[in-house]
Structure formats: structure tokens, C-alpha cells
Design a protein around this ligand. Structure first.
Ligand SMILES: *Cc1c(COP(=O)(O)O)cnc(C)c1O
Length: 477
């Protein structure tokens, strides 16, 4: 492909994406594909000769689109919103077009400095103090792994430079709630703490961590000669967006010298709304915070924001400094390769910059407020309807509900197996209809239907349509 062909074809690809977005409403939200369907449409071996890339349009339509679950569909209520705004699509195009590596300042000074600028803008938007410095990771999972490794190295006084995991006198322990995301356990295991030294603390009726058992666990571990090392507070758990009592956890973290990591991967975006910030009161005491603008905020995947209190510690833990990477400016600049696991780095900050230029802080705030109001509306409908129940509070945009049809099925209220089958059937029927997509899930043994509101295109009428579909289906299945 030469430059002229690229220019021509590039316009056609933008048109293809724009057509896709324009027609989203007509596509089934959840991909109907069965395992192997898509693979079967591809030749067994790679094309020996190059040809005309224009042929790909037909294949995109027939082989790829049927295998796409449309996360930006207005009827997408599953998992979490993963909004890829138009502005961030264009930013990704520019990042790929530039093809720049941002591993060191010198390898593309703009990649480092734009990241510094937008991470500072985002810090201000979240109401965080200047005590925090930001860096972009691919995902919250990676960021949390970095946090727990930093915690380990702080507690062990840089044990990695001596005998590493094998060298310490006492075992290091990590604490999080039993509702914490699977990435916490994964990070604790990958960072070498061992499953026996990860304590998942029980949660209260609202699914938030209970401080009393946390304190008991810490004291018990100390009595056994272990060393409490890190505490993960979840602001917005995965199942229910439960909010851990951060302020009280911060007090314990300070008292027992624990690294305090705040996992606000989903809910962090809401902190651009001053009225939501009470949800993470105490956050200034954190050693590290992660939130995912690639979820609700609108910067297409991937862009995870990590804020560290002590970047020097991070650099000492993550830094590499072989001679071929050293440059004349190293004393004056940030080399983000030393702020995380990968050496090579994409120019991700363009996505956040473009998004902010396009929508501004107020535009983003308005959209998130719209989603909170839509969730509040649905919560009111559920609470008013006699035969639906809510299994969790709704601090943000996620509802955990189920249909308890005691009108025509009086035994159901007592029979969890019956309720499970009934609610699974509702969710499956809705999902297979193609009009909406939501997540059936089990919360502490109870089957629920999880409704996560916040796709960029989801308006009140879409939530109303979902609610009437849920009620219809619940009567029929
Ligand atoms: C989504 C989520 C994660 C994981 O995010 P990735 O960026 O996909 O790794 C972790 N914690 C919480 C609370 C989440 O909502």
C-alpha cells in the first residue's frame, strides 16, 4: 500500500466505522456466534500473496461483525460500560499513525509530556490533591499488580535486591474484601504473597468490607508472627458497586503501616462529580489508586489511570537502567518505562486528551449524571413493583435485581433453585432477543440479574424499554 492508497482507503474505513455506529441499534447486542463459527469462515492458511485490502470490507461484514458483542449499543447493560467515544477512536488512529514508542522521554518527548499533562488534568477532575502523580497503564489488573509489588518491596525494604521472596523473616499478608475483584487475588498470587497470605474479609449486608473482622485478622496475623503488608479498598465492587469504608480502613492502614491501594476501576470515573466524592472519603490517605477511564468515562480501551503517592518508590521498584536506555535528559524528565511492567508504551494519553477536547469536563459530567438519574429511575420502578427485589443498594449506575413471582408461584420465595431457574430464563430470553444485554450473576448464593447502565448511547427511553421487556419476559417465561 502506498501513501495515496492509504489516504483513499483510510476514508473508506472511517466510513465503515461511522456506518457501523450509525446502525448499531439494528444489531443484536450480544453476539449470537457459537464457538468456532468465526474461525470457520477463515481460510486454513495465510494469504501467500498480497492483494487488495478493500476485499476486507466484505469479510468484516460477514465474518467479523456476527462475532462482535456490541459494547457501544444503547441496549448494552452487561458487565460495565466500555465506552469508546468517537474522539478516542480518532486518537487511537493518530497514535497508530504516529507509531511512536513512549518508553523513555527521549523516544518521543510528546508521548511522555502529553501523558503528564492529561494525568494531571484528570487528577484535578477527580478532586485529588497534588500529592498524587499519575501514569497510564493498560488495565487495572496491571496497575494493581504494580501496587502490590510496591507494597511488598516497601515492607521488605527492597527484598528483591537481595533474596527476594525467599529472604524475609515473616510472611507478608494482603487484605481485601470477599467482594474484591478477581484481579486482586491474581495480583497477590503473581506478586508472590501466596494464597494463604491473602485474606478476603467478610462483607456486610450492603456488600462492603466489615472493619471489625479486618482488625481481628490483622491482630491475629501479627500474633502469629506474620507481617500485615497491604490493604485493598474497593470503591465500587464488581458485583454490586459496593463501597468499602475507606476512611476507617485508612486509619487501620496508618496504624499498622499497611500499603493502602484503592481499586476504583469502575466507580472512579464518578469522582469527576463533586456530589459523588463522599463515596471515596479518605482517599487522600491512599498510597496508590487505580481507575479505568476506559470503562464509563469514554476513552476507548485501553487506558487505566494509576495514581501514586511516592513515584520515587515506584521507580526504585520498577526501574531498569541499562546503558542503551540512558539518555542525556534522564535527570530532568520522566521515563515512564520505569513506572510499570512493560518497556514499550503506546501513546494512550491522546485518547483522554481528545475526549476532553471534544466533550469538556462538563460534557462528561452531564453524561454521567444522566446515567445516575437513569439508574435511579430504574431503581424506583423496581422498588414500586411488588414482585421484583433488589439485592444491593444503588450508589451508582448498577442494579442487582431479581424477579420473585409470588403471585403465580407462591413457593418461589422459599425455593432458591426455582428462583435461579426463573431469573436465568429471564436473562437468557432478554439476551437472546438481541434488544438488550445484561448479566445474570450469583451474589452470595442468590441468583440475580445485573443491570449496568452507562453506555454512551443509552438514553432514558432505552432503560424504559429494558424495564418493560424485563416485566413482559418475567410474566411469560
Ligand atoms: C473492571 C475492574 C477491574 C479490572 O479491570 P481491567 O482494567 O480489565 O484489568 C478491577 N477492579 C474493579 C473493581 C473493576 O471494576
Amino acid at each position: 500500500m502506498n501513501n495515496d492508497e492509504f489516504r483513499k482507503l483510510g476514508h473508506q474505513f472511517i466510513d465503515w466505522v461511522a456506518d457501523y455506529r450509525a446502525n448499531l441499534r439494528d444489531l443484536p447486542v450480544m453476539s449470537p456466534a457459537k464457538p468456532g463459527d468465526i474461525r470457520g469462515k477463515f481460510p486454513k492458511s495465510p494469504p501467500p500473496q498480497g492483494g487488495d485490502l478493500r476485499e476486507v470490507f466484505a469479510d468484516l461484514d460477514t465474518a467479523v461483525l456476527p462475532g462482535i458483542t456490541h459494547w457501544n449499543h444503547p441496549g448494552f447493560f452487561a458487565y460495565f460500560p466500555s465506552n469508546t467515544s468517537y474522539a478516542s477512536i480518532l486518537a487511537d488512529l493518530v497514535a497508530s499513525g504516529l507509531g511512536a514508542q513512549g518508553m523513555s522521554w527521549q523516544t518521543s518527548p510528546a508521548a511522555t509530556e502529553v501523558e503528564e499533562v492529561v494525568m494531571d488534568w484528570l487528577r484535578q477532575m477527580l478532586g485529588l490533591s497534588e500529592a498524587f502523580t499519575g501514569v497510564i497503564h493498560d488495565t487495572a489488573s496491571t496497575a494493581t499488580l504494580c501496587a502490590l509489588i510496591c507494597a511488598r518491596e516497601k515492607a521488605s525494604n527492597f527484598g528483591q535486591t537481595r533474596n527476594g521472596l525467599q529472604g524475609g523473616a515473616s510472611k507478608l499478608v494482603v487484605y481485601a474484601s470477599d467482594q474484591s475483584h478477581s484481579s486482586i487475588e491474581k495480583a497477590a498470587l503473581l506478586a508472590g504473597f501466596g494464597k494463604a497470605n491473602l485474606r478476603l474479609i467478610e462483607t456486610d449486608k450492603d456488600h462492603a468490607l466489615r472493619v471489625e473482622p479486618l482488625l481481628l485478622a490483622i491482630q491475629e496475623d501479627i500474633a502469629m508472627g506474620k507481617r500485615p503488608c497491604a490493604l485493598v479498598a474497593c470503591i465500587g465492587t464488581t458485583a454490586t458497586t459496593a463501597i468499602d469504608p475507606l476512611k476507617r480502613m485508612a486509619e487501620l492502614a496508618e496504624k499498622y503501616r499497611l500499603w493502602l491501594h484503592v481499586d476504583a476501576a469502575m466507580a472512579g470515573s464518578a469522582m469527576i462529580l463533586p456530589e459523588c466524592r463522599w463515596l471515596w472519603e479518605g482517599v487522600e490517605a491512599a498510597d496508590s489508586i487505580v481507575l479505568n477511564p476506559h470503562k464509563w468515562l469514554g476513552t476507548g480501551f485501553d487506558l487505566s489511570a494509576y495514581y501514586a503517592k511516592d513515584p520515587q518508590h515506584l521507580i526504585r521498584v520498577m526501574g531498569t537502567n541499562p546503558s542503551y536506555l540512558r539518555t542525556a535528559h534522564d535527570e530532568e524528565v520522566k521515563n515512564f518505562r520505569d513506572w510499570g511492567v512493560p518497556l514499550g508504551r503506546r501513546f494512550r494519553s491522546l485518547k483522554l486528551w481528545f475526549l476532553l477536547l471534544d466533550q469538556g469536563v462538563e460534557g462528561l459530567q452531564n453524561r454521567l449524571r444522566r446515567d445516575l438519574a437513569n439508574a435511579g429511575w430504574l431503581k424506583d420502578q423496581v422498588d414500586k413493583a411488588g414482585d421484583w427485589e433488589r439485592l444491593a443498594p444503588v450508589p451508582l449506575q448498577t442494579l442487582c435485581i431479581r424477579h420473585v413471582p409470588d403471585r403465580f408461584m407462591p413457593q418461589a420465595r422459599k425455593d432458591e433453585a426455582l428462583l435461579r431457574a426463573h431469573n436465568l430464563a429471564i436473562a437468557e430470553t432478554v439476551n437472546r432477543s438481541g434488544r438488550a444485554y445484561l448479566t445474570p450473576s450469583v451474589l452470595k448464593g442468590k441468583q440475580m440479574i445485573r443491570v449496568s447502565i452507562g453506555a454512551e448511547g443509552t438514553e432514558r427511553k432505552d432503560v424504559e424499554a429494558l424495564w418493560s421487556q424485563l416485566q413482559d419476559v418475567a410474566e411469560k417465561v
